[in-house]
Design a protein around this ligand. Sequence first.
Ligand code: NAP
Ligand code: MG
Length: 400
Amino acid sequence: MADKIQMTTPLVEMDGDEMTRILWKMIKEILILPYVDLKTEYYDLGLEYRNETNDQVTFDSAYATKKYGVAVKCATITPNAARMSEYNLKEMWKSPNGTIRAILDGTVFRTPILVKGIEPFVRSWKKPISIARHAYGDVYKGVETTVPANAKAEIVVTAEDGTETRTQIHAFGDSAGIVQGMHNVDASIESFARACFNYALELNEDLWFATKDTISKKYDHRFKDIFAEIYEKEYKTKFEAAGIEYFYTLIDDAVARVVRSEGGFIWACKNYDGDVMSDMVATAFGSLAMMTSVLVSPDGVFEYEAAHGTVQRHYYKHLKGETTSTNSVATIFAWTGALRKRGEMDGLKDLCDFADRLESATIRTIEEGVMTKDLEILSTLPNKRAVDSETFLREIAKRI
Ligand code: NAP
Ligand code: MG
């Protein structure tokens, strides 16, 4: 084999949990290390090490991403009550993705990987729908508490000069209850809007945006207004020149229109809508395992990952010694996205070419009928066969 492709600047590598952690190691060994003299700064975001470091490792990995500009991340567990006992956690650590997004203040773009033989469930969809998820604030930065009966909950805003403005949330009666406080900041909404308008121009696709501004007259309405202002001032002429459109509607109307559309546009979503809708869109395009994801910060920092989680059920099978057929495509594309971006930033054409070759080898493998079980169930190809996780990677390697 020829000399390995050289890198100049390291990638930030964020390892993760469960089945995706197993795939992570295999992808590196089978598809990357034989070809690339890989330079990474490694951060172990596996739950055990997050717990050991009181989650400091997550923060460190995000700061390293700011420093180096490109990261690739494995799926990680977001702890819940069950994980607290399973991993004997000191605390219910926050979602690493939430922490990283908050530090980078970026926008997440998710695009399905289309392959011949996997037809979208929605028959009208002919082109990919990219979802842009606002990656800061709302419920992901929320604080919440339980409220005893007969208590009163208020929002108190204390101005710089100490003036307090109180707004009652609810005067609780005989029933105890719950409250939640969340926030967003204009600066983040503005950079979200610009990221979406720029990305629409880059892909030359229409941009859709939707909120629930009829109900949320201050909070969601602010999003609508900021998008409208920035569009009018900075993008309207560029959009008209490019022949693309910015389209705002209510979130419920957007959902109905998306299903009837033929795809080929970017759908900008508030944080929670993007979280939920990207899973729906990915699954409807064929498989959650075929969705790529990139977090782009306003200062041009990129973090690549798969949209799916740690595939826990497969991991438990793996632990029992059973073979699994877990789809590694989105994780492979996280690596290729990061390697290509590193190559672009550092002027390393070989590295960019390698990323292209690995992506096309992956797609060719599936289009030649070799795929993991989740795709084999869906594929309309006549000669298809399901292979295990490792065989799939070896079949790709043969085609690089
Ligand atoms: P998940 O890991 O995405 O898996 C849900 C189901 O989707 C799987 O059980 C599997 O279905 C199918 N699936 C997803 N990815 C697949 C793949 N690559 N290959 C084959 N099948 C795949 O979601 P989850 O079970 O809700 O969450 C598991 C853990 O992941 C949780 O601890 C959660 O916190 C974490 N999570 C992390 C991220 C992230 O880091 N970005 C995102 C979401 C969730 P079958 O079991 O039917 O085969
Ligand atoms: Mg989600």
